[in-house]
Design a protein around this ligand. Structure first.
Ligand SMILES: Nc1ncnc2c1ncn2[C@@H]1O[C@H](COP(=O)(O)OP(=O)(O)OP(=O)(O)O)[C@@H](O)[C@H]1O
Ligand SMILES: [Mg+2]
Length: 321
């Protein structure tokens, strides 16, 4: 399903450390290695504060890793500057959780949607009307919304506008950071259907951050599970319920409520609070919350090992004996 020739973007050994009070260091991302494939969705899940946004921000050059590189079609984009950096924005776009924060409230929807196209001189001012209409239709909004202001729309409609703006430049990658979590469940579903439809039509690769494993497993081709800045498991989205190996992924799955779930089985959820990224213990980051913790887990950080067929896991339970 995942062919190496279809790799669009690859993160290699990406680490981000932030200086913290008292001369301490906060490690938000630790040695992250991930690949994004053409026309596929990579879902990134994990608890609040585990480093999901920190990682995705590198892809759109909103931040620079302390160590490691991100290759877009084989070219390192982590340290681009000036015009090269500006040009690169055309290929990788981001949709945020709260689109209103990124919209100028005084601009009409037409101008908001067409702004990136105008900035890159892809269209003339006289073409705005027709372009805005076409893009609004793509996200299932009526063309006359072009005359509205952002505050005259619902949250779901604003999120569609944000998507229209993100696809305007026909990017190869769209990064969505909790882009649907503020919306109610039915609106969330229609937005995801819309994104999946656009992905199929245009072959866009998507990086999608969510807290909600139930949501992401419904459409992500690949899911990466993050814990305290570390990727602990990567696997094909459709296999997460049946093949998850890492105790943290299993605990996350135990916390997913499903109407068809077997209530006779004990629900394995996570008991204690996550340790701080400031006080990372040596060894496995999940050791204090793991029911399977062994002596080696306290001493040695498990490497992300290839289990075949797009499945990788970082856990000493699966060390070769
Ligand atoms: N600019 C910064 N300076 C210092 N610490 C930061 C900075 N940005 C993020 N952090 C810290 O890095 C860690 C990871 O944050 P991040 O925003 O990536 O988490 P997240 O997984 O996106 O969480 P959420 O699900 O709540 O959005 C957190 O402990 C956060 O406090
Ligand atoms: Mg975040």
């Amino acid at each position: 399903m995942f062919d190496e020739k279809d790799v669009v973007l690859e993160a290699r050994h990406v680490t981000r450390k932030f200086p913290a009070p008292g001369g301490r260091t906060l490690t938000a991302c630790r040695d992250v290695n991930l690949k994004l494939y053409k026309g596929k969705t990579l879902g990134l899940v994990g608890e609040s504060g585990c480093g999901k946004s920190t990682f995705m921000r590198f892809l759109v050059s909103l931040d620079i890793p302390t160590e490691g590189e991100i290759f877009f079609h084989g070219k390192d984009i982590t340290r681009l500057k000036g015009e090269e950096l500006r040009q690169n924005h055309q290929y990788i776009q981001m949709v945020f959780q709260d689109p209103s924060a990124s919209f100028n409230p005084k601009m009409k929807i037409r101008d908001i949607i067409c702004e990136p196209l105008m900035n890159f001189k892809r269209i003339q001012a006289s073409e705005k009307e027709e372009t805005a209409c076409r893009l609004l239709e793509m996200v299932d909004l009526p063309g006359d919304f072009a005359d509205r202001y952002p505050h005259n729309m619902s949250g779901g409609q604003r999120q569609r506008v944000a998507i229209a703006r993100a696809i305007a430049l026909e990017p190869e990658i769209i990064v969505m950071d909790e882009a649907t979590c503020a919306l109610d469940v039915s609106v969330q579903k229609t937005i995801i259907e819309l994104v999946v439809g656009l992905q199929k039509k245009k072959g866009i690769s998507i990086g999608f951050i969510a807290h909600d494993l139930g949501l992401i497993q419904s459409f992500a081709h690949q899911i990466a599970v993050m814990y305290l800045g570390t990727i602990v498991e990567v696997l094909p989205g459709e296999e997460i319920s049946s093949k998850a190996m890492h105790p943290y992924t299993q605990a996350l799955l135990g916390a997913v409520f499903d109407l068809n779930m077997d209530f006779s089985k004990k629900i394995e959820s996570i008991k204690s609070e996550a340790p701080s990224p400031l006080d990372m213990p040596p060894g496995c980051p999940f050791q204090d919350r793991c029911g399977h913790c062994m002596e080696i887990c306290r001493k040695t950080l498990p490497a992300l090992r290839d289990m075949g067929e797009g499945h990788q896991v970082a856990c000493h339970l699966y060390d070769e004996k």
